[in-house]
Design a binder for this molecule. Structure first.
Ligand code: UN1
Length: 512
């Protein structure tokens, strides 16, 4: 990657100026009039990237159609070979790409690397899948007949991703979409355009190693809101897979509904953990701190609501407070740091607003204040907040994308499950208990109403092997593992008559 080395000049948006290595990626630094990528680490500009305008959307969609037409002709296991090569490129560039994720999204290094590992994992999964896009044979009710179910490529897929998982969520979608025979247009978050371009370079290398890949099989389309809306409205996209806010998801769903195209929506979450009286409190402490404070509370699956049995409440809260005091908040590139910055000032203001509301609604707030002044006035670092609430008030039922953990007491499991389910979202949830009856009830049809319900761990940090997504305002989509691939293909049912007569289904007689 050395020939790709370029220097990205930081503009002094923040108090500092200086230069930062672009980590081996040629990231179109200095595109005139381009979109800026700002590092949440210190508020400095990392670089500029090409900004697509709404008028560019039609050309992008047309190229995606051409690429789809060629790619669907390639046998699925060969399509898997391209994804295997992409996985190899990701392995080779794991350190650099993970660091770029840290630079642009503000994640600590471990989590930046973890995100790239998640991409590698889904590539491996998709390679295996490329030989397992199984259909069915179905017994026919008619003599000398059989029925088949076959899965075919769907069409161009538009993938919209969020800043908080700037590369992994694209990979969950793209690795599956590609082995399923589709072309992909990637509209990254406006806050993380560089990581997308870096991934595109790795994809291009995989294409070179593969040989004959149709041009524009994957297009990265950086642009702003109106550009994104124009893409979503383009009828040539057979699928729009969008990760982000519920407000955005509602707009996508409404825009796509008139043409009956498919959506996979992975929207907000307001995830809860229930700690029962038999729980291992040391395990609970560790699970809660990672899930609530990790990634600065900026995962869709971050823990935001903690329900603790009244008999262990005070003990757990005391140990959580002690643990919270130990958390190192600061430069995510420092290996000792556990919590990096919020993505921007708006996120900081929303957090402070939520904490003010919580106080008004009877909450006792510990932490939550701004910290790490050495990182400059244009970066927003906060102490993770722990808020003891008298009950699940309005602010607790809202998702605030920041490290705020609301803690509440409960007396019976039924009450805790009802509280878990009493929010508009349904992404993730978890229970800590050593009582089998409690954990089984939680994961039963009468338990958590979320797409994810974990036992003896927190709600975040899902593996790629399972289907990822949730119910209600979370949007209902499923991505990643299990049979999520079916969302990227169209299903065909075929009845075949190998006899000499024409019996009709349901015994209907129609003699001519
Ligand atoms: C997200 O926050 O958008 O379960 C996805 C997790 C990760 C994915 C989170 N594997 O925390």
């Amino acid at each position: 990657a050395t020939e790709m080395d370029s220097e990205i000049v930081n503009e002094p948006v923040g108090g500092k100026s200086g230069t930062r290595r672009a980590l081996g990626f040629d990231l179109e630094a200095g595109v005139e009039g381009g979109m800026r990528s700002i590092s949440p680490i210190d508020g400095c500009v990392l670089g500029h990237v090409h900004r697509n305008m709404p008028a560019d959307a039609a050309g992008i969609a047309a190229r995606a159609v051409m690429a789809f037409d060629a790619w669907r002709r390639v046998p699925a296991p060969q399509r898997g070979e391209l994804v295997r090569l992409l996985g190899n490129e990701l392995r080779a560039a794991k350190t650099e790409l993970g660091r770029l994720v840290s630079l642009e999204a503000g994640k600590i290094e471990q989590e930046g690397l973890g995100e790239v590992q998640e991409m590698i994992d889904i590539c491996d999964f998709a390679v295996g899948l490329s030989r397992q896009l199984y259909g069915l044979t179905i017994a026919s009710e008619r003599p000398d007949h059989k029925m088949l179910e076959t899965w075919h490529p769907l069409g161009p897929c538009l993938v919209i991703t969020a800043f908080n998982f700037p590369v992994a969520v694209w990979a969950w979608n793209a690795a599956l979409a590609l082995v399923c025979g589709n072309s992909v247009v990637w509209k990254p978050s406006e806050k993380t355009p560089l990581t997308a371009l870096a991934v595109k370079q790795l994809f291009d290398k995989a294409c070179q190693a593969f040989g004959a890949v149709p041009g524009d099989l994957v297009q990265v389309a950086n642009g702003e809101r109106e550009f994104g809306e124009t893409l979503v409205a383009d009828a040539r996209f057979a699928l729009v897979s969008a990760t982000g806010s519920t407000r955005m998801g509602r707009q996508v769903a409404a825009a796509v509904a008139p043409r009956f195209a498919r959506t996979i929506l992975e929207l907000g979450g307001n995830n809860a953990t229930i700690v029962c009286k038999t729980a291992d409190l040391e395990l609970a402490r560790r699970a809660v701190v990672f899930a609530a404070a990790g990634t600065a509370g900026q995962r869709c699956t971050s823990l935001r609501r903690l329900f603790v049995h009244e008999s262990v409440h005070d003990e757990l809260v005391a140990s959580l407070k002690a643990a919270y005091r130990q958390i190192r908040v600061g430069d995510p590139l420092d290996g000792q740091t556990l919590v990096g910055p919020l993505i921007d000032r708006a996120a900081f203001e929303r957090m402070q607003h939520a904490l003010a509301c919580a106080r008004e609604q009877g909450g006792k707030v510990t932490g939550g204040e701004r910290t790490a002044p050495e990182m400059g006035e244009h970066a927003y670092y906060v102490r993770p907040a722990l808020v003891e609430m008298p009950s699940q008030t309005a602010i607790v039922r809202e998702e605030t994308f920041a490290p705020i953990l609301y803690v509440m007491k409960f007396a019976s499991l039924d009450e805790a499950i009802a509280l878990n389910n009493a929010v508009s979202y349904g992404l993730s949830s978890s229970i800590l208990t050593h009582d089998l009856r409690e954990s089984e009830r939680f994961v039963s049809a009468l338990g958590s109403d979320c797409g994810i319900a974990n036992v003896n761990m927190g709600p975040s940090g899902a593996e790629i092997g399972g289907a990822f997504g949730g119910e209600k305002d979370t949007g209902g989509g499923r991505e990643s593992g299990s049979d999520a691939w079916k969302g990227y293909m169209r299903r065909m049912t075929t009845a075949i008559n190998y006899g000499e007569s024409l019996p009709l289904a349901q015994g209907v007689r129609f003699d001519v």
